[in-house]
Design a protein around this ligand. Structure first.
Ligand code: GLA
Length: 393
């Protein structure tokens, strides 16, 4: 959004008394299909969205870096000496928000890229804690900023293999520095997004392709206003159940188990583990099918797979919550809705809806009104556009 571009540039000027060298933008994402399968080597189908993190940055030309989180009105300074200790210059532990950018410097250093000292201001209109990957957007924005400041390597950094390397560096920062055990999907989508396209990624080979979204459909994202609670521990539990299922089936990962294999062998595992695994094997198959449907423009059949995905996440994987179910049920009863489901890790956050383009404004309004009536909670509903991935603007 143009106004965030201006806002970071202006705040940078006010904070550091000079013009920024670069303005960088990195989007959030919504996932259309392929939920909780990235860490099972499966297929995912996210899209980057037109809500993003914006950074204004310059080399600091001193030994230390200063970051300002404009939305929190907080700033932190660190240096190459304090990165590993996860502290600021005064030796105090980094605030949680700062671990994402500093973690990116750490991951780049670990991978042999030098990172210059940086002055940066950042802001975002990706809602936080809503399952739209606001953290991955921060990571991709800072990795792009560090690479841009590293001098003349911008073209190299955005070539196709390097773009995936950036996503992996962001994931490494989140896994090892911040300490969240996420898969690759969110960083990938933020790095590789393409306007008006979904992205189909094989999380095993990391091969990917862009898939055009039909012009006559809109992606509507509805935030339940339920913050994603308990999500880290429950997420890790789901991952362990998947690993256990693969082990019991003698497979490297659930990617190697077909739906038919699974049906034949599911009695080899505890009932709960079988339910978790069933979601994953079905979802991998659904996502593979969905890409053919999308390419044919068969939005109705694609939407039905989204609905099936929600039921599976609700009943088998058990990562929904009452408000997400209410939001999906209302959506499915409204005109113009092809499919609706929770998106992201679950346990609160957002639903994604595929809606006839002409019906989208009325759909968004009716969905919000009925959700308020049924839950007494105040949702935010966005009509989104699939957008380009991270880069210097
Ligand atoms: C979170 C993680 C992703 C993915 C999704 C669930 O967004 O960061 O890697 O596992 O949950 O599909």
């Amino acid at each position: 959004m143009e106004s965030l571009h201006r806002r970071v540039a202006q705040l940078f000027q006010e904070t550091f008394n000079t013009e920024p060298a670069f303005i960088v933008r990195a989007p959030g994402r919504v996932n259309l299909l392929g939920e909780h399968v990235d860490y099972n080597d499966g297929f995912v189908l996210p899209a980057a969205i037109d809500r993003a993190v914006w950074i204004a940055c310059s080399p600091s030309n001193t030994p230390h870096s200063t970051l300002m989180a404009a939305d929190l009105s907080e700033r932190v300074s660190f240096s190459s000496e304090t990165i590993s200790a996860k502290t600021d210059l005064a030796g105090k532990p980094l605030p949680h928000w700062a671990k994402y950018p500093v973690g990116c410097a750490w991951a780049l250093n670990e991978a042999g890229h030098e990172t210059p000292s940086i002055n940066a201001v950042f802001t975002s209109d990706v809602p936080r804690g809503a399952g739209l990957s606001s953290s991955a957007a921060v990571e991709m924005a800072f990795i792009s900023s560090f690479l841009a400041l590293n001098g003349g390597r911008v073209d190299e950094a955005v070539s196709r293999p390097n773009i995936m390397t950036r996503a992996k560096l962001g994931q490494r920062a989140e896994n090892q520095y911040v300490g969240v055990n996420c898969g690759i999907m969110d960083q990938f989508a933020s790095a590789c997004g393409k306007r008006d396209h979904a992205l189909f990624l094989d999380c095993r080979s990391l091969e990917w392709q862009t898939v055009p979204l039909p012009e006559d459909v809109a992606i509507v994202v509805a935030d339940t206003a339920v913050p994603r609670s308990l999500s880290d521990s429950a997420y890790n539990e789901r991952r362990s159940a998947c690993e256990e299922a693969a082990r019991l089936l003698g497979a490297k990962s659930l990617r190697d188990v077909t739906v038919a294999d699974f049906q034949r062998n599911k009695n080899k595992m505890p009932e709960l583990v079988a339910r978790r695994a069933q979601h994953v094997v079905d979802e991998i198959q659904r996502t593979e099918q969905s890409v053919f449907l999308l390419k044919q423009g068969n939005v109705r059949a694609f939407g039905r797979l989204m609905n099936e995905c929600h039921e599976s996440l609700r009943d088998l994987y058990e990562v929904s919550c009452p408000e997400l179910d209410v939001m999906v049920n209302i959506a499915c009863s409204l005109d113009g809705c092809y499919g609706a489901r929770l998106t992201g890790a679950g346990f609160g956050g957002c639903t994604v809806n595929l809606v006839d383009h002409n019906e989208a404004p009325k759909f968004a309004q009716d969905l919000a009104e009925r959700y308020i009536r049924e839950t007494n909670k105040n949702p935010s509903v966005y009509i989104c556009r699939a957008d380009d991935g991270a880069g210097v603007v």
